[in-house]
Design a protein. Sequence first.
Lengths: 136, 393
Amino acid sequence: MSSIYSEIILDYYRHPRNKGSLPHAQIHARDTNPLCGDVVEMQLELDEKNTVKDVKFNGQGCAISQASASMLTELVKGKTVDEARKISKEDILSLIGGQLTAVRLKCALLSLKVLKTGVYDYIGSTDSVKEELSTL
Amino acid sequence: LINGKPLAYLDSAATSQKPRQVIDELTRFYDEYNANVHRGVYKISEEATIAYEEARAKIARLINARSPSEIIFVRGTTEAINLVAQSWGRTNIGLGDGIVLTEMEHHSNIVPWQLLAKQKGAHLKYVGLTDDGYLVHDDFRRHLESDGIKLVSMTHVSNVLGTINPVREYVREAHKRGPRVLVDAAQSVPHMPVDVQDLDCDFLAFSGHKMCGPTGIGVLYAKKALLEEMPPYHGGGEMIREVHLYESTWKDPPYKFEAGTTDVAGAIGLGKAVDYLSNLGPRNIHTHDGELTEYAHDRLKRIKGVRIYGPENPKTKTGVISFNLGDVHAHDMASLLDEDGIAVRSGHHCAQPLMERLGVSSTTRASFYIYNNEDEIDRLASSVERAGKVFKI
C-alpha cells in the first residue's frame, strides 16, 4: 500500500504556505473535526470584482488536514468567489494524491468544508447548500 | 489480514475481541432458547431466565458483591453513571452541593455530572494530576473538607494513561467525611481483580464489551441499601409490582432498575465472558497485561523522539501506553501503523480535560489484553520507527 505521506504532504505540513490571518478579510470561517480535534480557519480577502486577492489559513491537527488546507489556499488564490464555490472534493484529493480511508477523508476535506461555509455565508446560502456541506 | 499483514489488535481499551465461547453462546441463545425472561411459563423462557440470572450471579462473584441483587444490567458504563446521576443524584444532591471528580475522567464520568449540576445548582470540583499522571492527593483532601460534598466519582484506571488509582484509600477518606463514592471500573474490571467489599465503594460501573463480552451490556453495582432508597431511572414494564391509572409500585432491586426488555442475549454472553476471565484468573490477566506494558515501555522509550505520557513506573499502570512521536500528529501515526496492520487508537480518547492538562491535542494509545504478545509489541515498535523515518524525526 502506497503511503499517503508523500514528501509534498510533509513539506506542506512542516512549512505551510499562506498560514496566518487577514484582518480585513470579507470571508471568515472556522470548523473543527470533533473526531480528532483538527481545527481549520480560513480568511479570504476579495477585490472589487469578487476575486480572491489574498487568503490565509490557521489551524492545528494532523498532517493531512493542515497540508490540504495550505494547498487549498494556493488553489483558491486568484479565483472568483463563484469559481471558489465550485472547487470539488476531487480537486482536493488530486492535490493530496494517494488513497485515504473514510475517516481520514474527513481530515482531508475539512478545509474545503470551511472554505465553502465561508463562501456560502458571503453569497447567501440555501438549503441545498447545507446538504452539500453535509456530504463533506 | 489488514493491508496484507496479520492484524495486531492493540485497541482493547476501546473494545476487546470476543472469545469463541461468547460468540457461540450468543448464537446458541438465538438458535435454541430465545425467549423473553421472567414472565414466560414455558420451557425456553425458563431456560433464558435461568441463564440471565446465572449471568448476574457470576458477575456478583467476579467483583465479590454481597448479593446478585446488587448487580443491575445496563447498556454500559455510561448508562450506569447516568443512572446514578439521575436516580441517586437527583434525590441526594441539591442546591450548593458539590461533586468531586478528577482531571483524568472519561467524558462519561464528567458530562452526566455536569447535567446534574445544572439541574440542581450543584458544583463540580476536580482533583488535579501530577506531571507523571498520578492524582494529587492533597487536592482530594482539600475538596473533601469543603462544605456540601455529597459524592466522589472517580476512575479506577485511567483509559489514557493506565494509572491505577488508590481507590480503596480514597473511599476510606471520603466515607470518614460522608460523601458516597462511585468508581468507574471500565478499565479495571477487565484487567485486574476488583473486590467491591474490599474497596467499599458505594457504586461501581463497567462495560461488558471491554471484558470479552458483547456490546450493549454493562453493569452497575450498588450497595443494596442505596438501591432500595433510589427511585427508578426508567419507567416501564418488568420493573413494576402493580400499575394503576395514576400510580404504580416498583419491584425490588435489581428489577426496579431494569425497565423494558433488557439485553438478554448480551447479559448471557457477558456471563460467558466472566466464565472465560475467571478461568484465566484476574490476577494472571493483570500480570500478563502488566508484563506487556512494561515491555512496550521499554521498546518505545528507546525510539528517538518518543514521548510517553503517564506514570514512568509501568508497575503502577495497567494495559495502556499513550505516546507521541516528535511533531507527528496521533492520527497520522495511527494511519501509518494501520498500513502495517497495527490497530491503535489516536485522538483525545474521550478525555479532553486530561489532554488539556497534558498540553497536547491528542495522543496515540496502544492497549494490551489477554491475546496480545511481545511479537506484536515488536511490530508496534518497528512501525513507530518507520513512522519516524517517513516524518524524518
